[in-house]
Design a protein around this ligand. Sequence first.
Ligand SMILES: O=P(O)(O)O[C@H]1O[C@H](CO)[C@@H](O)[C@H]1O
Ligand SMILES: [Mn+2]
Ligand SMILES: [Mn+2]
Length: 405
Amino acid sequence: MKRTYIMMLDSFGIGAAADAEAFGDTGSDTFGHIAQACAEGKANEGREGPLKLPNLARLGLALASKESTGQLPAGFSDDVEIIGAYGHADELSTGKDTPSGHWELAGVPVLYEWGYFSDHTNSFPKELTDKILARAGLSDYLGNCHASGTAILEELGNEHMTSGLPIFYTSADSVFQVACHEETFGLENLYTLCQIVREELEPYNIGRVIARPFVGTGPSDFARTGNRRDYAVEPPAKTVLDKLKDSGGEVVSVGKIADIYAHCGITKKVKGTGLEALFDATLEEIKLAGDNTIVFTNFVDFDSHFGHRRDVAGYARSLEYFDSRLPELMALMGEDDLLLLTADHGCDPTWPGTDHTRERVPVLAYGAGLEAGSLGRRKSFADMGQSIASYFKLEPMEYGESFIK
Ligand SMILES: O=P(O)(O)O[C@H]1O[C@H](CO)[C@@H](O)[C@H]1O
Ligand SMILES: [Mn+2]
Ligand SMILES: [Mn+2]
């Protein structure tokens, strides 16, 4: 029986990419800097001391990081019995965003330039927002800037609730984000507005519109909810997910995977909010998975709760939680099953600003008869897509070199 489990630790980079300089990210290292802070006793909220990831270490995480950066992350040893194939991959895609990372992993790098709203204030062109407002029947909107999604709620959340005007903001990514209160504005109204934005963005080549619903009564208790929705454009070519689906296989999305692939190549969708719920849902789907199935989970909290929020201790705590649950997943694996752990970009919580960081990602592959040891430096995340194609005996992808025969 052939089944692949892809665990996407959103934003878990392992060292600056070869081209990090072009992004202002030279020296960034999500994993390395978290480990460093932990070893120095600077990440003790809700956890303590050096970062402990024994299961990921046995899969080769620390050694992959060493091969990426030239040094072992603080608190990790190379004297560990390695049970998996481990490597690190550079990104071919032009951007350090979520869709690019996910699509490239599935064999389709984004080689064109996305559109960006690069101006930090007055970010959106008036002719665009005029069209959106007219279609949505709104008189005006708030925001119109680059912002952290939680900071902008503190700043504009109250005004939004009293005026009923949506908050529009963006970031260094190719995104148009819309924050609205779930109760005062209404969740369905927010989704409808985002659909209008998606349609009006057609000429701008923007990767994603993101609905950012929140609840609460004021800045002290505003909280974003799990009803976030991503409206991505479709990948520019068939991904390995499409190919497996077209060949009659099953592709199960857990979390926001389906949204990120614009629902292409997916046969079943399961949602969950938070690391624990997503891990539970993943285990349930693995138990149900038949032959020729991919179960693909995105663990978004690493990125949205900790990376973007520059919360080192929170990131470390969640990594340790994730690691502690890995044995449950591995116990469900059949002899021929393949487990892949990776990331889509970096989001170094020690880095200035609140944006992603251009980093290499871990490529941890386990099972399916793979020999334990180094896979070295991979030129593209697409090596994973090519390997999955080869594993399921699908037509080869256009990009990527397989590490599975
Ligand atoms: O600050 P928040 O709203 O979490 O937004 C972040 O999330 C988006 C998607 O990763 C990024 O573009 C960044 O802007
Ligand atoms: Mn991401
Ligand atoms: Mn992000």
